[in-house]
Design a protein around this ligand. Structure first.
Ligand code: ASP
Length: 584
């Protein structure tokens, strides 16, 4: 037996026991005739003591071990003289009687500590060392705990987990597919699933009326902090349900997770907000409700004075009231103006009104508006003395709202209002079925082509598709879209119409989705579903800024695995076998 105990479990009650421990050397210290080794494993750290006077050769052996060596130690548990209240095992130590070196280690390229000296790239290259750090390990433990809770919760509700294939055909979720060449079918490619969307719908046709899967998904997109080319979804689908049934089950699941993992009680029922209200009040379909600063439209108050063309020509003028910030200096306001004008945000400028604590008003539009108008803005925005009102305008209402949303989040950050230990969850409902793509110059499905139009809006499909609402919902927490789904179309004719509006010819629709169109000919139940981004869910629970920190082996921002050095070139013989020629 390599060990009888772990490095996290010994306490005063074990004093006197002879134990064998194994693990990695966190650090060694020499003090007088004593040598101390902190031995680490997944469960904790235990102090081992070697006494030169008792056993000089054993102590000498201990003096020669280095950081991250793997040791096996046999010894007796003893009460420590100087206890360490910061360590669960801090009351005891092991008086060593035997030491075996199981493996040596080179000096690690960074310290295996919570606050390591290793930069991002180095840590990713040696991710197996990074994963030894308790801070990273805890994220994976949390991930495991959440996966178990989810599986058990869904199992208790009669969901069954079904695995779906990774090598499939293209799935339209709006991103680029990753493709895999087929050796046996020269010139043909599999696509990796962007999600198991169509397969889970087929499972509904097959009668598996409650499906889930903790599923790997692949999307070839540009990467950001909350995106990875491969990620994990808690993918679910149900038959014979309406929107309320789906939302109830999955907010129950969320409530269960928040309670068990964070001890937090989410309100019941969760708040629901229409997409339209979310855009109007927060300029975002994933509003962060941990703080206010809701948008106030100021068109009536500020447009049409004839004195300020910038506002007179605007399609939207909106402001937020930033509490307690009237003392912002000129310099701070200039910097904020430059910040909103950066290309990433793209505002044309920033208007401010300071409602000073002494009752005076100072604004960048003083000369264009009377004090009465500025008072009207104060009323409209609910500002008090001491508050700062920030206003953006633009010729495209939605774009301006998005800019104002970015500014709102920035001010929330600056004021420390985005506390990672508070959780504000809600459902966004009534999404538009389609959204206009500037890039493609056509309507695209907001969620995906299988989303059910709101039955009330079906008559608008032909003339005004842009006004049609979808029966679709997103689960949003702290400004992050954690999940989303919809009721599905289960009627072949309606599905054909959707494809047509999305620009598919009947032939192309058949070529790409024939399997689903055909399946719907054999008795498709009404069905609905959703998927949670598991990585995002874990990172929110863990209070992380990036989903990378809760993924064992993540890719960097260029989609590289720097540890495996992937992607990489392949041999000519492999290319030949696959019938591929690389353009140089
Ligand atoms: N497949 C969808 C997605 O990945 C989720 C769903 O509609 O169930 O976003």
């Amino acid at each position: 037996m390599y060990r009888t105990k772990t490095n996290g479990e010994l306490r005063l009650a074990n004093v006197g026991e002879v134990v064998t421990l194994a693990g990695w050397v966190q650090r060694t210290r020499k003090m007088g005739g004593m040598t101390f080794i902190d031995l680490r494993d997944r469960y904790g750290i235990t102090q081992i003591v070697f006494n030169n006077e008792v056993d000089a050769s054993l102590c000498d052996k201990a003096n020669h071990v280095g950081r991250e060596w793997v040791l096996q130690v046999r010894g007796t548990v003893a009460e420590r003289e100087s206890k360490n209240a910061n360590m669960p095992t801090g009351d005891i130590e092991i008086i060593a009687a035997e030491l075996n070196v199981l493996s040596r280690s080179e000096v690690p390229p960074f310290t295996i500590e919570d606050n390591t000296d290793g930069g991002d790239d180095l840590r990713m290259k040696y991710r197996y060392l990074d994963l030894r750090r308790a801070a990273v390990r805890r994220n994976l433990e949390l991930r495991h705990q959440m996966a178990i809770l989810i599986r058990n919760f869904l199992d208790s509700k009669d969901f069954i987990e079904v695995e779906t294939p990774i090598l499939i055909g293209s799935t339209p979720e709006g991103a680029r597919d990753f493709v895999v060449p087929s050796r046996m079918n020269p010139g043909q490619f599999y696509a990796l699933p962007q999600s198991p969307q169509t397969l889970k719908q087929l499972l509904m046709v097959a009668g598996f009326d409650r499906y889930f899967q903790i599923a790997k998904c692949f999307r070839d997109e540009d990467l950001r902090a909350d995106r990875q080319p491969e990620f994990t979804q808690i993918d679910c689908e149900m038959s014979f349900v309406e929107q309320d049934d789906v939302l109830e089950i999955f907010e129950d699941m969320a409530r269960h997770l928040f309670k068990r993992v964070r001890g937090v009680d989410l309100p019941s029922p969760l708040r629901r907000m229409t997409w339209h209200d979310a855009m109007r009040l927060y300029g975002s379909d994933k509003p962060d409700l941990r703080f206010g600063m809701t948008f106030v439209e100021l068109m009536d108050t500020l447009k049409g004075s004839g004195t300020f063309p910038v506002f007179d020509n605007a399609a939207y003028i909106g402001g937020i009231c930033v509490p307690g910030c009237a003392d912002y200096s000129r310099k701070q306001l200039d910097q904020l103006t430059e910040w909103v004008k950066r290309p990433q945000i793209g505002a044309s400028g920033l208007v401010y009104i300071k409602y000073n604590s002494d009752g005076t008003v100072k604004s960048s539009i003083d000369k264009f508006y009377t004090p009465e108008v500025l008072q009207a803005v104060k009323q409209a925005t609910g500002a008090s003395d001491g508050d700062l009102v920030l206003i953006l305008c633009g010729d495209n209402a939605n774009k301006t709202r998005v800019q104002l949303s970015t500014l709102r989040l920035e001010m929330g950050d600056r004021l420390g209002l985005r506390d990672k230990n508070r959780f504000e969850c809600l459902w966004i409902v009534d999404f538009p079925l389609f959204e206009w793509s500037d890039e493609e110059q056509r309507l695209m499905a907001t969620h995906h082509p299988f989303t059910l139009p709101n039955p009330e809006d079906i008559p608008l499909l032909d003339e005004h598709p842009e006004r049609v609402r979808a029966v679709a919902y997103d689960f949003v927490c702290n400004g992050v879209e954690v999940g989303g789904g919809s009721l599905r179309i289960h009627d072949g004719e309606l599905q054909a119409k959707m494809f047509k509006i999305l620009g598919f010819t009947p032939e192309r629709a058949m070529a790409q989705f024939g399997f689903l169109i055909n399946a719907f000919k054999y008795g498709a139940p009404p069905h609905a579903g959703l998927a949670f981004g598991f990585d995002r869910f874990v990172s929110i629970m863990a209070g992380l800024d990036s989903i990378r920190d809760c993924i064992a082996f993540p890719k960097n921002n260029s989609g590289r695995d720097v540890m495996l050095d992937a992607p990489s070139e392949i041999d000519d013989s492999q290319l030949d076998e696959l019938n591929l020629i690389i353009k140089k």
